[in-house]
Design a protein around this ligand. Structure first.
Ligand code: UT7
Length: 332
């Protein structure tokens, strides 16, 4: 397997899920919906919610990163850079990456946030990989964190059943043993902006009584339109990455798809020729859509299943629109 090439590898994964569980039964008391509709149309049974209003996204990323550092005996001074993907940062600035790093005693690293919607982990990991492969960094941390419950309107049945809260911390280091990141396809098309957005709170619509009254501080999604794009684009890039790396379905150990809708996951797996029961990791039923955190949570929950050298395909689609697919050989 080894060709002595330096590749960026995921060498440790941690995640943090808040304790409070929001079930479909709970939601059915809040809006006109049912467990049956949510299970058949989306595939979510429950999601985790960070209820404490005094805690933001950095609370969860801090928990995940502290556990990662403790379990792997990492001294804060060893970390060269921190990249954090989120659409629900603590505040517009400073970055949640800076806040989290400070909470964890990291003083000498560069830190920044990336706003890529649900594709955030793929963009952030590929960016970290470039720093590692160039030799500029030896140890990078990729964080993903979302307090989606802080930007969801729990009176809007189109969005409130879909999203959950959570955070992850992934350690990225160089490897020369043939494992690590092999290929990445990252794409975006701003044509998607009107269909999935949060309109107010930025420079275009600063917070005002009017923006609050018009509920412009909440996620808006035209679900049907986004669904069609997600199915097509996730499958396109996943098939493209298989083709250009000569990967047949039998060569792939697992697909780790973004967890937005079980029907999207099924459609992507079908196009790739993968048996969903055997080769596709799924946790949407108990975690829901945690935006850019879904894929690292999948890794964390399946650490026992993933074996060193396994060929993994990561695939996602989100606000922007953004989408992408990564091919890596698992390193742990
Ligand atoms: O993660 C970032 C990217 N996001 C995605 O990939 C999400 C993509 N979109 C989706 O997953 C799906 O479009 C949704 C799950 C958001 C919606 O499912 P859908 O099958 O596309 O439903 P729809 O919006 O077309 O609505 C179908 C019907 C409508 O009723 P009528 O007009 O047919 O009478 C809705 O009003 O279902 C109704 N509906 C609901 N009914 C019960 C919508 N939401 C609900 C609900 N409970 N929560």
């Amino acid at each position: 397997m080894s060709d002595n090439k330096i590749r960026a590898a995921i060498t440790a994964v941690e995640a943090y899920l808040p304790e409070d569980v929001l079930t479909n039964e709970d939601l059915a008391k809040m809006v006109d919906t049912s467990d049956e509709w949510i299970m058949t149309r989306v595939g979510i049974r429950e999601r985790r919610i960070l209820k404490d209003p005094s805690k933001g996204t950095s609370y969860m990323t801090t928990q995940a990163l502290k556990t990662l550092m403790e379990k792997n005996n990492i001294d804060p001074s060893e970390i060269d850079g921190v990249i954090l993907s989120t659409v629900s940062p603590d505040m517009l600035f400073p970055s949640t990456a800076c806040i989290t790093a400070h909470n964890c005693g990291i003083k000498d690293a560069f830190c920044f946030d990336m706003s890529v919607g649900c594709t955030g982990f793929l963009y952030a990991f590929k960016t970290a990989a470039l720093y590692i492969e160039s030799g500029f960094c030896k140890k990078m941390v990729v964080l993903s964190g979302e307090k989606m419950s802080s930007i969801i309107n729990y009176e809007d049945r189109n969005t409130c059943p879909l999203f959950g809260d959570g955070a992850s911390a992934v350690l990225v280091e160089p490897r020369t043993d043939g494992t690590g990141l092999y290929d990445a396809i990252l794409r975006a098309d701003g044509v998607g902006a009107p269909y999935l957005n949060l309109k107010a709170g930025g420079s275009l619509h600063p917070a005002s009584h009017e923006t609050v009254d018009a509920k412009m501080h909440y996620v808006f999604q035209d679900g049907k339109y986004v669904f069609k794009w997600a199915v097509t684009k996730m499958a396109d890039v996943s098939c493209e990455i298989m083709e250009r790396n000569n990967l047949k379905p039998e060569d792939i150990a697992y697909l780790l798809p973004h967890q937005a809708n079980l029907r999207i996951i099924d459609a992507v797996a079908n196009r790739m020729g993968l048996n969903r029961e055997e080769k596709v990791l799924v946790n949407i039923d108990h975690v829901g859509n945690t935006s850019s955190v879904t894929i690292p949570i999948l890794m964390w929950e399946n650490l026992d299943k993933l074996k060193k050298g396994d060929n993994l395909i990561l695939s996602s689609f989100g606000a922007g629109f953004t989408w992408g697919s990564l091919y890596l050989k698992w390193s742990i």
